[in-house]
Design a protein around this ligand. Sequence first.
Ligand code: NI
Length: 130
Amino acid sequence: MNNRKKRVMKNKVLNIKKKFNLFNDRWSPKVIAEINNYQVKLTKLKGDFPWHSHKDTDEAFIVVEGDLRIDFKDGFVSLSEGEMYVVPKGVEHKPSAVKEVKIMLIEPKGVVNTGDLEPNNLTAKNDIWI
Ligand code: NI
C-alpha cells in the first residue's frame, strides 16, 4: 500500500491500556466499541459480585490484567491475564477477584451486569462510553 497517501479511517485505533486509565470505579462496565449489536466493555473488579445469570445471552470474559475467578454452582474457573471464558446463557455465575483485575466483556448491547437480580446498588448504568 502507498504510505504517502494518508487516509482518515472511519474507526479510531483504541488503546485498551489507556482506556483503563480513564476510570477507577469497579463493577461498572464502560463501553469502548460496538460490533453490530454487540458491545465491548471494560471494567475493573475486586471482591465478590452477587450470584446472577443472564437468561438470554452468553457473556464473554477476557482478563486483560490480574486474576479472575468465576464460580458456578458445580465448580469454578480461574482466569489469568490473556485468558478468556464464555459463560453460557442461563448459567448462574459469581465473578470475584482477590486483587483488582481488569477485564474486557463482550456481550449484546443492553445486557444488565446484575442479570436476573432485582436492580441493586451494584447494577450499573448501561451504555456508558469512554
Ligand atoms: Ni454476568
